[in-house]
Design a protein around this ligand. Structure first.
Ligand SMILES: [Zn+2]
Length: 257
């Protein structure tokens, strides 16, 4: 009949003289159900139903919790299934595969995710919250300090993208805008190429943000070449740590040619 409270309504505990938090055993006295005479159709139906099942007894077995999630009866409580039912769902985003791909590095994916959502505390955003920040990009001193500038339009960044493209496609083309970068990431290419693009792009985004933070907070500056060497090392480490996975097997060759 489902949860009794749904069937009997909020007046159910009063009508059946069973506390809301009572267990089944508390509705039993000796070998009989401990219920008042029925005064409504619902209570009558319940009594009729109870005649079809055995009266529970503490000698038979102890009380236990029965977990039902979305119609599935579970042996034990599953926090993941419960979470997936109670959580608020958002539509699937077109960019999710370039953020949460198989084998991603959590800190890289997180920076990528926050970048795609444009939630990084760029100077533009800090200024929009009323904070006094320097008025220029700390990587190239241009007046633009938005996410789109830092990750796509900035001269410092463009050099990193150029070096990545030289490795991946043998060209020195770069990206003119953030949407162009995202469009390149979602191009229809082979699985290996897609995995390598995702790894390289996330590593560069992470390194650009690290460069920006080093400059602001640690007064530490790397050249574009030094920064790209870190990216290169990052990418190699990521690939070699996953070389036993099918989708990562050929990536080192693709990256090193
Ligand atoms: Zn810049």
């Amino acid at each position: 009949m489902g949860p009794l409270i749904d069937y009997m309504g909020t007046s159910g505990p009063r009508a059946l003289r069973i506390e809301l938090t009572a267990t089944v055993s508390e509705a039993v006295r000796g070998s009989l159900w401990n219920l008042p005479a029925p005064r409504s159709d619902e209570a009558m139906n319940l009594h009729v139903f109870l005649t079809t099942i055995n009266v529970p007894s503490s000698e038979a077995s102890p009380d236990f919790f029965s977990w039902t999630v979305d119609g599935d009866k579970l042996q034990t409580f599953s926090s993941s299934k419960t979470w997936s039912i109670v959580r608020e769902r958002q539509p699937i985003r077109s960019w999710h595969k370039m953020v949460w791909f198989k084998g991603h590095i959590p800190k890289h994916a997180f920076t990528m995710w926050v970048s795609v959502l444009d939630r990084l505390p760029t100077r533009n955003r800090l200024a929009s919250w009323g904070m006094l920040t320097p008025i220029s990009c700390c990587l190239c001193s241009s007046s633009d300090k938005s996410r789109d500038h830092i990750f796509a339009e900035c001269d410092f960044t463009k050099e990193l993208w150029r070096r990545m493209q030289a490795k991946l496609s043998g060209t020195t083309t770069t990206f003119d805008s953030w949407p162009q970068l995202l469009a390149w990431c979602s191009q229809n290419v082979s699985k290996s190429q897609r995995a390598l693009r995702n790894i390289a792009v996330q590593s560069i985004i992470y390194n650009i943000w690290a460069e920006r933070n080093d400059m602001i907070f640690n007064n530490k500056v790397l050249t574009q070449l030094e920064r790209f060497k870190l990216v290169d090392k990052n990418v190699r480490n990521i690939i070699s740590a996953r070389k036993t996975r099918k989708e990562f097997k050929h990536l080192m060759v693709l990256w090193l040619v």
